[in-house]
Design a protein around this ligand. Structure first.
Ligand code: GAL
Length: 829
């Protein structure tokens, strides 16, 4: 009995000691429980997915070879009103951290609480901006008090759950502020004092693990300054005791309304990572590893899209973005296999000229080598210890024993067995496809009902909730409680007023992200951001009601003093009359303006299932502004991620069963120029380098997390359409692996997998010297004697996975002789 109890205690001890108790650092690396570590980490922001998605996303991170998951903490989401907190649903930070812990991964907690992150207002609550004598990110008492209050609260919550590594939990690092070094110059001496205060404040919270400050090359000790960017190989921390750490390796980029889909090649991401480790890096984090979705009003801006896919290794919906995910997984496994040599070994370098170099890490037991070629146009031939190696343009080769190249960043291997390390990795290329909703007989034949947004009070009476003789910034009036703010004034014109005439207009200096102007109930125009808007308008003798609906599309999130960038209609507003040569201008800015935040339909929660409002199923209008639409649908079968296709709609907001899935704006097309079919990974990447989707709706498909759906029964989609659109094309689809490709050399094993679904057909197969890429494979000059498609159909079709030896015995010897024979396959799922 005693021994059983002892055994139990011992097992419990083992279970709880998965995590370190001591995390420290020396000049070389982060040290966990006395061991120097090579740490690979990936950003997943909890509010950009749902708690139901977290375990799968985090597991995929682990399987992808990550040691740690990094997240920011989103202040304005947690404290929407001062001292009123929300940690429910996808804001359940503790549950997210515990999910990381359940997977036995480490956590990196970037509290900020300024986070940037393409998140609304960079994470700052707007009530903070509206406090008296407030100035952000400087030694302002009120600001420091609020920042400290929130930061302390988060730290206390995390401590209470024993989630810091010092308490046996997963969190090994925490961050204070975010990239302040990029803007510090604009804050003068107070900027320096502020960063010192941040450091002292963070340190005083006594979390027992190191604090980091990213992009802060004057980070006060003991803060660790880290690097953010596409490449950080040349980064040197400001202190010899600080390991070389990279907090944001941008795996792609974010998208604006009107922008294109950015892609960063797999080869270049891998190159940047390998180069970083070649040059002494020890902690690297992908920003983003899973980007996810900006639900509701969380996107920053202005004009950041609802999708935050980022071209990350896991796509917006949680599917693997191949071959990026797999190629990086191989790299992680190899770097981990060299952990000891990289973190304890002596380092020497050989410069071969022409941007080629070798770095050798050597311990008594072993040497490991990186051969780097940073030349953008030519391959390098390196002679090393009697052998010759070719390192392709803009790539790094890794030789864990300094003899055998097991990895090259530019060789995206579709199936590799790494002999030396005995790791088999299947980086098959997956082709994602959208499939119609099979739960509906006629998936695109939805039955719609509608109702108008009730604006009478505002358009005809100009009556809001408060009045002021001044035009105010939208943030000040509405505290960002809504995207919408009405600015209304009534202008009485006497019959003899010289401004009256045929040729009149309304001119507005606007910083509304979108503006709708009405005169006496008539819609005059709408327009976008920072412009002087002038439109012909008809004014009458007597009372004229001018109603301006200002709309925000995400508040700014980056730059010095971004919090003060105006939003809304800050004026002036004029009416202009022209009488022959004479122009009469009336400035209405100091008029009595009536304000009203939000739209009626939002206040009355027309999107919620309980809403008692009347909807009509008759003559559903198209292209009508300010219109609500509603329909029901069946949830698509299966478990693949779901999207709604909103092609045909203009701009607005969409809800599924009352859950706000974000702003939609398919009417905003991206510009025609700047896309390319081919993308050259060679040479430094920049956000506009490799773009697709020119001339198409910026975002047509919107993610509906499965947990928002009722798998049986009916589901409700509600749309609020602002600018006019046609809902009759709306349909629901699932996104999954539609096909997989592999290209396997002779004497290896082909492995195909449709991620849990059966392989339905072999679309292409050739054993010999096939050419091309996934989706465009072609037979070469040489072809096996047997029917390869038939053989693979027999072996694979109907199965979820199959493995086949690639050999002449299996497929018959090709008639011609080529040095390396391979089998290229494209299978449909
Ligand atoms: C960085 C910032 C991140 C994110 C990124 C771009 O400057 O720290 O929060 O905004 O840029 O995606």
């Amino acid at each position: 009995m005693v021994s059983l109890r002892f055994l139990l205690c011992f097992l419990l001890f083992l279970a709880s000691s998965v995590y370190a108790t001591i995390v420290s650092h020396d000049g070389r690396a982060i040290t966990i429980d006395g061991h120097r570590r090579v740490l690979l980490s990936g950003s997943i922001h909890y509010p950009r997915s749902t708690p139901e998605m977290w375990p799968d996303l985090i597991r995929k991170g682990k399987e992808g070879g990550l040691d740690a998951i990094e997240t920011y903490v989103f202040w304005n989401a947690h404290e929407p009103t001062r001292r009123q907190y929300d940690f429910s649903g996808n804001l359940d930070l503790i549950r997210f951290l515990k999910t990381i812990q359940d997977e036995k991964l480490y956590g990196v907690l970037r509290i900020g609480p300024y986070v940037c992150a393409e998140w609304n207002y960079g994470g700052f609550p707007v009530w903070l901006h509206n406090m008296p004598d407030m100035e952000f990110r400087t030694t302002n008492k009120a600001f420091m008090n609020e920042m400290q209050n929130f930061t302390t609260m988060i730290v206390d919550m995390v401590k209470k759950e024993k989630l810091f590594a010092s308490q046996g939990g997963p969190i090994i690092l925490a961050q204070i502020e975010n990239e302040y070094g990029n803007v510090i110059g604009s804050y003068g001496e107070t900027g320096k004092a502020y960063i010192q205060w941040c450091a002292n404040m963070a340190q005083s919270l006594d979390i027992g693990v190191p604090w980091i400050m990213c992009q802060q090359d004057d980070a006060p000790q003991p803060m660790l300054n880290t690097c953010n960017g596409y490449y950080c190989d040349n980064f040197e921390p400001n202190n010899a005791k600080t390991p070389k750490m990279w907090t944001e390796n941008w795996t792609g980029w974010y998208k604006n309304w009107g922008g294109k889909n950015p892609h960063r090649t797999t080869e270049d991401v891998a190159f940047a990572v390998a180069r970083f480790f070649q040059k002494g890096g020890t902690f690297q984090n992908y920003y983003m590893y899973h980007g996810g979705t900006n639900f509701d009003r969380t996107s920053g801006g202005p004009y950041i899209t609802t999708s935050y896919d980022y071209d990350a290794p896991i796509d917006e919906f949680g599917n693997l973005n191949q071959p990026k995910y797999g190629h990086l997984k191989q790299l992680h496994d190899i770097l981990h296999s060299m952990e000891k040599t990289l973190t304890y070994g002596n380092v020497s370098t050989i410069d071969f000229g022409n941007f080629a170099s070798a770095t050798i890490y050597k311990t008594e037991e072993r040497s490991s080598c990186f051969f780097g070629n940073v030349n953008e146009t030519s391959d390098a031939t390196i002679n090393f210890q009697g052998e010759t190696y070719v390192v392709p343009t803009w790539s790094v080769s890794i030789l864990p024993d300094c003899k055998t190249e097991v990895y090259n960043t530019a060789k995206v291997c579709l199936f590799c067995y790494i002999q030396l390390l005995r790791i088999a990795i299947n980086t098959q290329t997956s082709v994602m496809v959208k499939k119609p909703n099979e739960a509906e007989d006629e998936p695109s034949n939805l039955k719609w009902s509608w109702r108008p947004e009730n604006m009478d009070n505002f358009l005809l009476k100009g009556k809001g909730e408060s009045t002021m003789r001044q035009l105010f910034d939208q943030k000040i009036v509405s505290n960002d409680q809504s995207d919408y703010l009405w600015y209304m004034t009534t202008l009485n014109l006497k019959e003899e007023d010289p401004v009256l005439g045929k040729n009149m207009s309304l001119r507005i200096n606007s910083t509304a992200h979108v503006l709708h102007a009405f005169v006496n109930g008539k819609h005059v125009e709408n327009g976008k951001f920072h412009y002087v808007f002038e439109q012909e308008a008809k004014f009458n003798p007597g009372d004229n009601v001018i109603s301006l609906l200002s709309i925000t599309v995400g508040l700014p999130n980056y730059g010095a003093f971004f919090e003060n960038v105006p939003a809304g209609i800050t004026g002036p507003v004029f009416i202009i009359g022209r009488n022959g040569d004479e122009t009469i201008v009336k400035d209405l800015s100091a008029h009595k303006w009536s304000y009203k935040t939000d739209l009626r339909g939002f206040e009355n929660q027309l999107f919620s299932s309980e809403s008692p409002s009347k909807w009509s199923g008759d003559s559903v209008p198209f292209n009508r502004t300010m219109t609500w639409y509603k329909t029901t649908f069946k949830a698509p079968l299966g478990s693949e991620p779901v999207v709604v296709d909103l092609l045909g709609l203009g701009k607005g907001t969409a809800w599924i069963n009352g859950n706000n899935i974000g702003r939609y704006w398919p009417a905003f097309l991206s510009t025609e120029d700047g896309c390319s079919a081919e993308c050259n990974y060679r040479g430094a990447y920049y956000a506009e380098k490799c773009q697709t989707n020119c001339g198409e709706p910026t975002q047509r498909w919107y993610h509906i997390p499965r947990s928002f759906l009722n798998p049986k029964g009916d589901n409700k989609l509600v749309l609020f359409e602002e600018i006019g659109g046609n809902p009759s094309f709306v349909n629901f689809q699932t996104i999954g692996v539609g096909g997989v490709c592999a290209n396997v050399y002779e004497k290896n094993v082909l492995e195909l997998s449709c991620d849990g679904r059966p392989i339905s057909a072999i679309k292409f197969a050739s054993f010999g010297n096939p050419r091309g890429n996934c989706g465009s494979f072609e037979k070469g000059t040489c072809e096996a004697s047997k029917d390869v498609v038939d053989i693979l159909t027999a072996e694979c079709v109907g199965k979820e996975k199959c493995s086949v030896n690639v050999s002449t015995e299996k497929f018959g010897a090709p008639e011609c002789n080529v040095a390396t024979r391979s089998l290229a396959v494209e299978a449909l799922c």
